[in-house]
Design a protein around this ligand. Structure first.
Ligand code: SAM
Ligand code: SF4
Length: 348
């Protein structure tokens, strides 16, 4: 564990404090919660999972009711945005009802969901009707064979049908997520952007992160920096830097040729976004992770199960946990794997 707990110089005047707000030890306001609702998935993407994954037994994962209780407390403490993820959130039974309950929490501005798209053909409309505000859909290749190789089990046509179903259901500003692997899908960058433009989608290119031990490829060799991706796109599009920020690792650019499409670059390696980090993550086992790149965490499942229905206890635990949030992460390309959690456990 190598969390940096040394404080940079922060002025308390820069953050608006309210009585209920969650403020960490570095004066950052935490108002974004990502929740993993399952570690299971119908795909086995080569950068995310091993081929023969062991999934958690049912009793170790939070029930839908426990997930709701955590969401409810965070929203009561000023959380404005929740993203449900996984694993593949849409393989969890009862996900649409859970979305409906969370979306109805007073004060929540956005309930977003990250999906591999495989189940959207049947679920896009119920999710939209339940109040989900926006979707991120992963798409790493437009070549059906390569798509199958990268996901090990995925069907490209089913995912594209899911993307189209989301649009028909009423979702707007849907964003594609593409993990770029050198020598695999990096020849498709321009085609993927054109696909996004044609369907009025945004697209983000993601640098692979060293989460979990995999043997399918050497992460150091497949690494493709966001700067390289951007340079390669700049040969085909006029990229205009945008001031829009997610207070996270994403930086956005607009295209002069298609101003409605945003192209994002998610660069945990090459850019330091920690100073403005506003988010925490809940693993499906109920560990509240304070930083994607560190192991600092607090076991909320233990609190939920030892004191069922006691929202004061839960709130106290959340407040204590937020004080553990380290200042920054330290990912290193090709270095030793520092984080043994797989992304599907973490909630990407
Ligand atoms: N199953 C859903 C999906 O694929 O969109 C949601 C969960 S997935 C873990 C969330 C995002 O994390 C996806 O966009 C995926 O491509 C990305 N991801 C998974 N493993 C990663 C890794 N090692 N480095 C960077 N991104 C990763
Ligand atoms: Fe499943 Fe998403 Fe991980 Fe791919 S990236 S294996 S779709 S959880």
């Amino acid at each position: 564990m190598c969390g940096d707990l040394s404080a940079p110089n922060h002025s308390s005047a820069t953050v608006e404090h309210t009585a209920q707000a969650l403020i960490d030890g570095f004066n950052r306001r935490i108002d974004y919660l990502r929740m993993s609702v399952t570690d299971r998935c119908d795909f086995r993407c080569v950068y995310c999972m091993a081929e023969d994954m062991q999934f958690l037994p049912r009793q170790q994962i939070l029930s839908l009711e426990e997930l709701y209780q955590v969401a409810e407390r965070f929203v009561a403490l000023g959380t404005r945005k929740i993203r449900l993820t996984g694993g593949e959130p849409l393989v969890r039974q009862g996900i649409v009802d859970l979305c409906g309950r969370i979306a109805a929490l007073p004060g929540l501005r956005e309930l977003c969901l990250t999906s591999n798209g495989s189940q959207l053909g049947r679920l896009a409309q119920p999710l939209f009707d339940a109040g989900v505000s926006r979707l991120n859909i992963s798409l790493d290749s437009l070549d059906a064979d390569l798509f199958r190789q990268l996901t090990r089990t995925g069907d490209l046509h089913q995912v594209i049908a899911g993307i189209d179903a989301a649009r028909r259901a009423g979702f707007r500003r849907t964003k594609l997520n593409c993990v770029v692997l050198k020598g695999r899908n990096d020849g498709e960058l321009v085609d993927l952007v054109r696909f996004a433009i044609d369907r009025e989608l945004d697209i983000s290119f993601i640098e692979e992160m060293p989460l979990g031990v995999i043997s399918e490829h050497q992460r150091g060799e497949s690494y493709c920096s966001s700067d390289e991706v951007r340079e390669r796109l700049a040969a085909h599009f006029s990229l205009i830097e945008s001031a829009e920020s997610s207070q996270g690792p994403a930086r956005y650019w607009r295209l002069a040729e298609a101003p409605q499409t945003r192209v994002g670059f998610i660069s945990p390696h090459s850019h330091n976004f920690c100073a403005t980090c506003n988010r925490v993550r809940l693993t499906v086992e109920g560990r509240l992770l304070l930083c994607l790149g560190n192991e600092h965490s607090l076991d909320l499942k233990q609190v939920l199960r030892a004191h069922p229905g006691d929202s004061d206890r839960l709130e106290k635990a959340i407040r204590e946990a937020v004080q553990l949030k380290p200042y920054r992460h330290h990912f290193e390309v090709g270095g030793d794997v520092q984080i043994l959690r797989f992304m599907n456990m973490t909630g990407g």
